[in-house]
Design a protein around this ligand. Structure first.
Ligand SMILES: [Zn+2]
Length: 646
């Protein structure tokens, strides 16, 4: 059993990561809170029976944002993400004093406004209900929870009936939970609890058939957020706080109503191609919810097994080198990845969810594979999803060679991935350190500071400069360090990494893929250095054995393909995707070796790093290419995968 280090104890000092955080905050503060709240206020005004003039005044004469999402039936989902992202920022020590003041003010403003909305529902049949989606017709205005009714009848046309309203509710409730847990907002807890009761009433009213119908339509991770709300209240009760809701047990039953055990069992059976054409971001949160049930009660092992099996399936048979998955939001047949490389792979929400999932799976299992995946994904998919100048983020990351990344705009695209994009960069300190009884574990090598009541750890690391990582560990005052130090040995590490303690080469035990340095060696404080040999590693695809991608140390590399073909086209509901392909073919003919195997075997000769730069020249093939780190390729078209022929 491991625990993620507290949000407030870890500060990321890596420059690139730090910049990513501040641009994210800057963009969030540019958004107009009254426009994000407009739908919630209209809904509340209608529930309270106010007239048009009163409602418009309550809305501060503001309207919902446009772009077909916020002013569509999915509207209000952004507010949920926004609460989570702001709450995370409040708990992030890398946020500056000035930012913190603005972020806190913004968060409290949003929460107080939501409470005002919720207060208007008291004594009505909608008591506790808050929602912000568009109310496009009189029918919707007469019944502001019509989407929920429609879905219970199986009506889910996203323009006319319902657009994943439980998914949106998941985002809202998660945002409220986060605001209580990370920003100590009691208002958030009150709103969450009252909303939780509205949800519970709803689930309690379902017949078996209605239940089945509801679960057949995307509902996000409603189980996850309700188990979380249950846990929050249970803990408050255990602490004898009077803040807990007296009927909080109902949250756990409501959560269980969203556990889709038929699906869990189906995946567990392990049949071939079970994920073919399944919507990825509908499915991943369901399994995070299964894990949440296990985390909450620790009694039903099978829920952990469901989660582990699903994780294994996604990462083993549906995942690209960056850690991303999906083609046009869907999984394909098992191990069909090369054939599905297009301009619309790797939806950011999926990666965000898989990362969250992996960190929590490690905490309960201690299995290093989850950390290896998380370390790869944070750098090569999450950092790679941001335009580092504008701070805006991707919906898709193409895996077909020659496309480019497309980013949202501040007030034009409120996609699902825009919301997760805001969240991603205020929690960059997450997942670096874990604690367990008598143990401190470093999961991610990233310049940062970890401060506990007993000691501090300063981690110095920059793999763009060298493979050396240094930890300066100091006990607080006269205390002794009572934790063994666990250091993850990355999969990409070449040869045996060298370890030094206080300047002296040390040998130490390796347990399950970690170096374990006993506490005695660091009891009075120490400088621990680990020196990795960075080098090129190659990965092909199961259905494209000659289709290779390259990494240098922890970084996925992509070829620079210029800016000539930067162009977009519409895709799906008000989404845009890359349209221009900068290469006609991703085939590279090998001229320097007789076979693909020989070329890959000798890759160090042909993919060569320029001294002092993160630029790599590829030679020995029909076309000269320059590769660079993929995470900061946000200007040019790029190519990660190349098909080698002889
Ligand atoms: Zn998305």
């Amino acid at each position: 059993m491991w625990q993620l280090a507290d949000f407030k104890e870890v500060k990321v000092t890596d420059r690139y990561f730090d910049e990513a955080l501040h641009i994210d905050i800057r963009n969030m503060l540019k958004l107009d809170p009254d426009r994000l709240l407009a739908g919630f206020r209209e809904t509340a005004g209608l529930i309270a029976g106010e007239d048009a003039k009163e409602i418009s005044g309550f809305m501060k004469e503001k309207s919902r944002y446009g772009g077909e999402w916020e002013n569509g039936l999915i509207g209000g989902h952004t507010l949920g993400h926004y609460l989570t992202a702001l709450a995370q920022a409040v708990a992030n020590p890398a946020v500056t004093g000035e930012e913190l003041g603005s972020v806190k003010e913004r968060l409290n403003y949003m929460l107080n406004a939501l409470k005002e909305c919720q207060d208007k529902t008291v004594g009505t049949p909608y008591e506790g209900y808050i929602f912000g989606a568009e109310l496009p017709t009189k029918e919707f205005k007469d019944n502001p929870a019509l989407q929920f009714d429609n879905v219970e009848k199986g009506l889910d046309n996203p323009f006319k009936m319902a657009w994943v309203q439980w998914y949106t509710m998941h985002k809202i409730l998660t945002g409220l939970n986060a605001s209580f847990k990370l920003a100590d907002s009691i208002v958030a807890l009150e709103v969450a609890n009252r909303l939780g009761i509205w949800i519970a009433k709803r689930t309690e009213s379902w017949s078996e058939e209605t239940h089945k119908t509801v679960l057949s339509i995307e509902y996000g991770g409603m189980n996850d957020c309700l188990y979380e709300l249950y846990q929050i209240n249970r803990k408050l009760k255990e602490e004898n706080s009077d803040l807990y809701h007296k009927e909080y047990e109902r949250f756990s039953s409501a959560a269980h109503a969203f556990d889709e055990t038929a699906l869990f069992e189906k995946v567990s059976e392990g049949k071939k191609d079970i994920m073919d054409n399944v919507h990825a971001n509908t499915t991943i949160p369901k399994f995070i919810g299964a894990l949440a049930r296990y985390e909450t009660f620790r009694t039903e092992e099978k829920y952990l097994e469901y989660a582990e099996k699903f994780w294994e399936l996604v990462t083993g048979k549906h995942t690209y080198i960056t850690g991303g998955n999906s083609e046009d939001e869907h999984f394909g047949k098992d191990s069909i990845l090369d054939a599905e490389r297009t301009n619309v792979n790797n939806e950011t929400c999926n990666t965000y969810n898989m990362l969250k999932f992996s960190r929590r799976l490690f905490a309960v299992t201690g299995n290093k594979r989850y950390l290896d995946y998380a370390a790869r994904t944070i750098v090569n998919a999450i950092m790679a999803s941001q335009n580092h100048e504008t701070g805006f983020t991707t919906y898709f990351q193409p895996m077909a060679t020659g496309f480019h990344k497309v980013f949202n705009t501040l007030d034009g695209n409120f996609w699902c991935c825009t919301g997760t994009g805001y969240e991603n960069f205020t929690k960059l300190q997450r997942g670096i350190y874990y604690r367990s009884q008598g143990k401190l574990l470093v999961a991610l090598y990233l310049a940062s500071e970890y401060t506990t009541s007993d000691y501090t750890v300063v981690q110095e690391c920059d793999f763009t400069k060298s493979g050396n990582v240094r930890f300066i560990i100091k006990p607080v005052e006269e205390k002794k360090i009572e934790d063994d130090l666990w250091l993850r040995i990355p999969l990409w590490a070449k040869e045996n990494p060298t370890l030094k303690i206080n300047g002296n080469v040390a040998t130490t035990e390796q347990i399950n893929g970690f170096f374990v340095i006993p506490k005695e060696k660091i009891a009075d404080g120490a400088e621990v250095e680990i020196c990795f040999t960075l080098g090129i590693t190659c990965e092909n695809l199961p259905d494209g054995l000659n289709t290779y991608a390259f990494m240098y140390g922890p970084y996925v590399l992509s070829a620079r393909l210029g800016t000539q073909k930067i162009m977009v086209k519409p895709h799906g509901i008000a989404v845009v995707a890359a349209a221009g392909k900068s290469v006609e073919s991703d085939e590279l003919k090998i001229i320097a070796e007789k076979s693909v195997e020989d070329f890959i075997e000798n890759i160090d000769k042909y993919l060569v790093k320029r001294e002092g730069e993160m630029e790599f020249d590829l030679s020995g093939v029909s076309k000269k290419l320059v590769f660079t780190t993929h995470y900061n390729q946000y200007v040019e078209s790029y190519g990660i995968y190349w098909k080698f022929t002889v």
